[in-house]
Write a protein that binds this ligand. Structure first.
Ligand SMILES: Cc1cc2nc3c(=O)[nH]c(=O)nc-3n(C[C@H](O)[C@H](O)[C@H](O)COP(=O)(O)OP(=O)(O)OC[C@H]3O[C@@H](n4cnc5c(N)ncnc54)[C@H](O)[C@@H]3O)c2cc1C
Ligand SMILES: NC(=O)c1ccc[n+]([C@@H]2O[C@H](COP(=O)([O-])OP(=O)(O)OC[C@H]3O[C@@H](n4cnc5c(N)ncnc54)[C@H](OP(=O)(O)O)[C@@H]3O)[C@@H](O)[C@H]2O)c1
Length: 425
């Protein structure tokens, strides 16, 4: 697996080393989750420091997403706490609009992250009762190691922090271009080319559609099963419909209804090589974190044969791929739409709140708070709406303690002042 995350060799010579005592929590990550937590803390009057490895806010959206991307869920489920989207935004904002919203959100709440600071390690020091968070900053030619000491640590590094780069036999010998979906911008440069898209999640489907729209010839690898749902049913967002039904009905019944409605709208998709999992879409999301695909046009291209659905890969050869059914395809490029993973286990030295896969052990809605002032935001597998819920809870929790302590401190200071004044007379 390739990783954006780099642990620095500690024998390396650092020209600067610094230690900073933070008054308030340290938030790691300036994506939507980190920004939402910072905004809610700002409202509670709690100071904070946000650390971000990249040089901008929302780096996933700014740097690692394709041009045609729009939010898949209606805007009311994607806006962050305390500041709604501008009224003129469409139902499904574009990536550019979403980035503009996040940038104005940061400005509105005066959130100024410390950019280019990648957290390498964070651990709780039992003796002092503080978290010690080490970063490497490489904004200029001088490498700086900074240690932040804080009472509260908020993990907001995201479910999609690193790309999954599968090791597939022969891929090194393939010879053509191999890209992960996070580096794909548009199908323009693939015009006229035969492209193998590995993976059939939302990324794989949408990259395949984009390739078709740029006159490339995509073959999409579906190695197991996938739930495809229409983005809308009778003009209503499928997600919104599911949320509504969940208020009254048990999950298994909502799953059955969703599958029935999907069948009415999309027909039988199994005949195109898209076998459905035996478990329903919401249950699968809850138990395995596998997101259903919300179709925005790829299915039509599959029906028309413009997207060629193929089974799993056996191995690559120069300019070719062999599939598990023995078929051999000539291909010019490979796009790995193979997903993402959390990077928390690389840097957080803790085993109570987070499990080895970098997600909280406790299921939603219980995975936001750990011991000794540790919090997790944006690991609910419920996208932006889950992140907003976490952010509000965390800010309230920290805000309560903060207010109690500042009140107590003020009392102490006032008492001290009174004593001083009475001694003077
Ligand atoms: C292509 C794509 C489309 C998506 N579309 C939607 C959608 O329409 N709706 C939806 O709800 N969700 C969507 N998602 C899910 C997406 O994860 C969320 O929208 C959102 O970005 C989550 O915000 P976050 O802040 O938790 O994580 P991120 O946006 O990933 O932000 C985490 C931040 O932490 C930083 N970071 C990571 N590690 C470190 C470190 N060690 N030190 C310092 N900084 C670090 C990163 O650079 C990043 O800026 C999409 C995901 C992808 C990949
Ligand atoms: N507009 C949007 O809202 C939008 C767009 C894109 C992505 N997203 C979100 O971003 C997140 C990530 O989505 P994603 O599609 O990038 O990842 P994903 O949902 O994790 O899907 C990864 C796909 O890659 C396949 N895969 C992995 N390794 C493979 C291998 N070695 N050989 C063949 N296939 C392999 C998986 O197959 P298996 O199922 O068999 O493992 C799966 O089909 C999701 O939450 C998604 O909803 C949202």
């Amino acid at each position: 697996m390739r990783s954006f995350f780099r642990l620095v060799d500690h024998d390396q010579v650092f020209l600067q080393r610094r230690c900073i005592l933070v008054n308030g929590p340290v938030i790691v990550g300036a994506g939507p989750s980190g920004l939402a937590t910072a905004a809610c803390l700002r409202e509670q009057g709690v100071p904070f420091v946000v650390l971000e490895r990249s040089e901008c806010v929302a780096s996933l959206w700014q740097k690692r997403t394709y041009d045609r991307l729009k939010l898949h869920l209606p805007k009311q489920f994607c806006q962050l706490p305390k500041l709604p989207f501008p009224e003129d935004y469409p139902e499904y904002p574009t990536k550019r609009q979403f980035i503009e919203y996040l940038e104005s959100y940061a400005r509105h709440f005066e959130i100024n992250p410390r950019f280019n600071e990648c957290v390498q390690c964070a651990r709780y020091d039992e003796t002092s009762g503080f978290w010690r968070v080490k970063t490497i900053s490489n904004s200029n030619s001088t490498k700086t190691e900074v240690e932040y000491i804080c009472r509260w640590l908020v993990v907001a590094t995201g479910e999609n922090a690193e790309c999954v780069m599968p090791e597939i036999s022969g891929l090194n010998e393939f010879g053509g271009e191999v890209l992960h979906a996070c580096d794909y911008k548009s199908g323009q440069k693939f015009r006229g080319k035969k492209v193998l898209v590995v993976g059939c999640g939302n990324s794989g489907m949408e990259l395949s559609l984009d390739l078709c729209n740029h006159n490339a010839q995509p073959s999409m690898v579906v190695r197991s099963s996938v739930h495809v749902l229409p983005r809308e049913i009778l003009g209503k967002s499928t997600f919104e419909l599911a949320v509504l039904m969940m208020k009254w009905l048990p999950l298994w019944l909502v799953d059955k209804l969703l599958l029935f409605l999907a069948w009415l709208v999309l027909g039988n998709i199994e005949k195109y090589g898209l076998e459905r999992p035996s478990v329903g879409p919401l249950e699968l999301k809850n138990t395995e974190g596998k997101t259903p695909v919300l179709d925005i046009g790829a299915l039509e291209k599959i029906r028309s044969g413009d997207i060629n659905v193929v089974p799993g890969i056996k191995r690559f050869y120069p300019g070719q791929v062999e599939l598990v059914n023995g078929e051999i395809l000539d291909i010019d490029a490979v796009l790995l739409a193979t997903g993402y993973h959390s990077n928390v286990p690389y840097w957080l030295q803790e085993g109570e709140l987070f499990s080895k896969n970098g997600f909280p052990k406790a299921p939603f809605p219980h995975g936001w708070k750990g011991n000794a002032g540790l919090y997790a935001v944006g690991f609910t597998r419920r996208g932006l709406s889950g992140a907003s819920l976490d952010a509000m809870r965390i800010a309230q929790d920290i805000g309560k303690v903060w207010k109690q302590e500042t009140k107590a401190q003020k009392k102490q200071i006032t008492a001290c002042h009174r004593r001083c004044i009475s001694q003077q007379f």
